[in-house]
Design a protein around this ligand. Structure first.
Ligand SMILES: Cc1cc2nc3c(=O)[nH]c(=O)nc-3n(C[C@H](O)[C@H](O)[C@H](O)COP(=O)(O)OP(=O)(O)OC[C@H]3O[C@@H](n4cnc5c(N)ncnc54)[C@H](O)[C@@H]3O)c2cc1C
Length: 393
């Protein structure tokens, strides 16, 4: 398969390769216990992967969106849930570096913690009652004024890697005298009193991702750990600069999982010799057609991801145009990943259904790609609006 490593910083390619090797070796053993994901996070930390996005002045490798996409494909190819965990950390930090949401000094201090102490964070926004926060709406989790800071009460769901993170970025509805209600953001330490993990995660996809509920009961967040509270109650509107981070790393993550399914299917096609046939099934036109289609889908998806990321970094195309393409890239990559794993399962037959090989896991894992924002229905509705715009008054 073509490599796109040449597009990325060699130091970041090396860190991703190292992390992927460690995680793949770990997955050869037992992957079902809670300690598996904790071990994968150690692998990400020990390979230097958690800091690839941190600016060089703060001890990191200063990765761009291109670097992160190339690297995420590699790590996710090794194991989906580990890739998703890494993705949540990197895309949140990548976006935070340009979002203007964090006070600058606070973000620098946090990023120093990533390089010096191996801190790992996730953006914990989703709630059962709210559904996808990407559709807007105030959160049930609340932030009320407390001495020297804020008190957080509520619950977050689908919080990837929750038990193994060091920090959570938590969205909460700010309720304070003299401030209109609005959505604030708070940095919460995993070990803060009042934080509890409810082990609710029993999903079809990303089973090893420990995307459990986090319960906050009178959790104190000191003023210095406020990411954003607007005394005027202004709604936060992400600047254009955050656009590639809201879609491209997810696209690369899920395509990485599809590549892993392809790896197994290609090896199977080349080596499986049923006694009724007497030669590898990869010689059969029907199998070759499926494997060829997988290659076509992966090629188109990878080109789309890496070229769009490169367009963003090189800034040769108008920023608004590339930003508008990002949801389309995520749409194609995640839907193609579903299609690829379906074809891989058809090639591998009854063997593919077995938990003992990775196609079964990849087939389940890629379904989750459809649920992350940007959401397909929003992407397609926006595309339809744009298509009609030049013909409307
Ligand atoms: C593996 C995995 C890991 C995740 N990790 C995290 C994480 O770390 N942090 C985090 O914050 N979130 C995370 N999420 C949550 C995810 O991003 C969603 O927020 C969450 O799954 C809720 O969205 P939903 O579509 O499932 O539910 P809902 O938003 O309730 O939607 C349910 C259904 O109704 C439809 N629907 C709902 N509202 C509308 C509407 N207004 N218009 C049209 N259709 C609508 C949806 O399309 C969907 O089909 C994760 C999810 C998964 C699957």
């Amino acid at each position: 398969m073509d490599s796109f490593d040449h597009l990325a910083d060699p130091r970041i390619v090396a860190a991703a390769g190292d992390a992927a090797r460690r995680i793949a070796a770990r997955a050869e053993g037992e992957s079902e216990s809670d300690s598996f994901l904790a071990g994968c996070i150690d692998d990400l930390r020990d390979s230097g992967y958690l800091r690839i996005i941190v600016p060089e002045r703060l001890g990191g490798l200063g990765g761009s969106i291109v670097d992160v996409c190339v690297a995420q494909e590699k790590v996710s190819r090794a194991f989906g849930s580990a890739g998703l965990t890494a993705n949540m950390h990197l895309q949140y930090l990548g976006s935070s570096l340009v979002s203007g949401m964090w006070p600058e000094e606070r973000l620098d201090a946090f990023l120093r913690g990533v390089t010096e102490h191996g801190w790992i964070i996730n953006n914990c926004q989703a709630e059962t009652e709210l559904g996808s926060p990407a559709r807007g709406g105030l959160h049930h989790t609340t932030a009320t004024r407390a001495k020297g800071g804020w008190r957080i009460d509520g619950k977050k769901s689908w919080s990837t890697a929750a038990p193994h993170l060091t920090h959570f970025a938590v969205g909460a509805t700010v309720r304070a005298d003299s401030m209109p209600e609005h959505l604030g953001q708070f940095l919460v330490r995993r070990d803060a009193p009042g934080v509890r993990i409810d082990p609710t995660w029993d999903a079809l996809s990303m089973r090893e991702s420990a995307s459990h509920d986090i319960v906050f009961e009178a959790v104190h967040v000191p003023d210095e750990d406020v990411i954003r509270v607007s005394p005027a109650g202004d709604r936060y509107v992400p600047p254009l600069e955050t656009a590639p981070w809201h879609g491209l790393p997810f696209a690369a993550t899920y395509i990485g999982i599809a590549v892993a399914a392809r790896d197994f299917a290609a090896r199977f096609a080349a080596t499986r010799i049923p006694s009724n046939l007497g030669h590898p099934i990869g010689d059969l036109p029907a199998v070759r057609a499926k494997l060829g289609e997988i290659e076509a889908l992966l090629f188109a998806s990878r080109r789309m991801i890496f070229d769009t990321a490169r367009d963003w970094v090189e800034a040769k195309a108008p920023r608004e145009q590339v930003a508008a393409q990002v949801p389309m890239v995520k749409y194609w990559a995640t839907n193609n990943a579903v299609h690829v794993t379906d074809l891989a399962l058809r090639i591998t037959g009854g063997f593919g259904l077995m938990e003992s090989n990775p196609v079964e896991r990849c087939f389940r894992d890629v379904r989750a790609g459809l649920i992350h924002p940007p959401l397909d229905d929003v992407t397609l509705a926006t595309a339809a609006t744009l298509a009609m715009r030049e013909f409307q008054h």
